[in-house]
Write a protein that binds this ligand. Structure first.
Ligand code: KG4
Ligand code: ZN
Length: 340
């Protein structure tokens, strides 16, 4: 069978990314131009700056993705692009670029749901992984526990009621003075802290065993900081980070294991930016090992936003026959499983 090469484009937030992916699983190139340094100045992503930077970077990033894969646009079979959810101005840059390339080269255009991309990152390094499996999706904007019933087909078991896991990491990092981006910084500083130093509440939701709530943990951290401050006591950044991380990781693992047991899922995967968290990876791996489940997780470079995951997801949409027209638009609040 002829190989299918997809050009995957991702611009939903603060990374301008493009990749060439063969048959949905083999990454020929994966170029990511991160804007993190720029947004760090402002303590978070500034949407207008993100859009402008995407416009500046998108062509060079795509050119580099093609050249590192040793291909030209003539070798590409379809263009896959994230069209939601995300920042509207940022998404529009990728969507317009993908449409222009597909139109000029008479190629099929495949719009991809960003979260479907995150889940599909697992296919890249695990050739044996096929649906159905359970997946915990933890990113800066989303926290979902889903059964991946088939490629691109999801049953949502639970989700966050308030903050996403990554958002909680980012807010707590800011509160303890670590700055943006919070997740990786908390991960790093936690290694020097005592995770049992402070008892923060777990992000559980009464009567909803698979849902999450992280705003309470975040408030507990803020209250702890205030009370230490008022008593004139010193705060250990590393202990707060490690204790907060422990409370988030525990609830993520507990709910995932509960769902895996209840739904008899023997394969468990994690996806999204927070899936690169070392404590989460270790705890989930250990919990799966104890129960005899197979555990799957992308390498950290495929956990945070990238074009390869979009190329992988686009491939499975492409072979199912998904095609978008020239009227494809950015959909900032596209729901998982929704097709527009
Ligand atoms: O998936 P992603 O790159 O973008 C979204 O789709 O939102 O996720 C970004 C989120 C940020 O909140 C970031 O702080 C978090 O992932 N993150 C981490 C780690 N690396 C990134 N959180 C915890 N530990 C990490 N090592
Ligand atoms: Zn993402």
């Amino acid at each position: 069978m002829k190989d299918i090469l997809i050009l995957g484009i991702e611009t939903s937030c603060d990374e301008t990314a493009a990749s060439v992916v063969k048959n949905g699983r083999t990454v020929l190139s994966n170029i990511i131009s991160s804007q993190i340094a720029l947004h760090t100045l402002y303590g978070g992503v500034v949407p207008e700056i993100a859009s402008r930077k995407h416009i500046e970077k998108i062509n060079p990033v795509i050119r580099q993705a093609l050249s590192e894969a040793s291909v030209t646009l003539d070798d590409i079979d379809a263009v896959g692009v994230t069209y939601g959810p995300g920042l509207v101005g940022a998404l529009l840059v990728g969507v317009a670029e993908a449409k222009a390339i597909a139109y000029a080269k008479k190629l099929p255009l495949v719009g991809v749901h960003h979260i479907e991309g995150h889940v599909s990152a697992n296919y890249i390094e695990h050739p044996d992984l096929e649906p159905p499996f359970l997946c915990l999706i933890v990113s800066g904007g989303h926290t979902h526990l889903v059964i991946v019933k088939d490629y691109g087909v999801f049953e949502i078991l639970g989700r966050t009621r308030d903050d996403a896991a990554g958002e909680a990491f980012d807010k707590v990092a800011r509160a303890i003075g670590l700055g943006y981006p919070g997740g990786p910084k908390i991960d790093k500083v936690s290694k020097e802290g005592n995770a049992d130093a402070i008892q923060f509440p777990k992000g559980k939701v009464a009567d909803s065993p698979y849902d999450f709530s992280f705003s309470g943990v975040k408030s507990a951290v803020l209250n702890y900081l205030n009370s230490m401050n008022m008593q004139g006591k010193p705060v250990s950044q590393a202990d707060v980070a490690a204790s907060f991380q422990k409370s988030v990781v525990e609830v993520l693992v507990e709910h995932t294991m509960q769902a895996a047991g209840d739904f008899k899922m023997k394969k468990v995967a994690i996806a999204g930016g927070v899936a690169s968290n070392s404590a989460l990876r270790n705890a989930m791996e250990e919990a799966c090992r104890k129960r005899g489940f197979s555990f799957y997780r992308p390498s950290p470079i495929f956990c945070t936003d990238n074009g390869a995951m979009i190329g992988a997801a686009a491939y499975y949409e492409f072979i199912k026959g998904t095609r978008h027209g020239w009227d494809l638009n950015a959909v900032p609040s596209l729901r998982l499983g929704e097709r527009i």
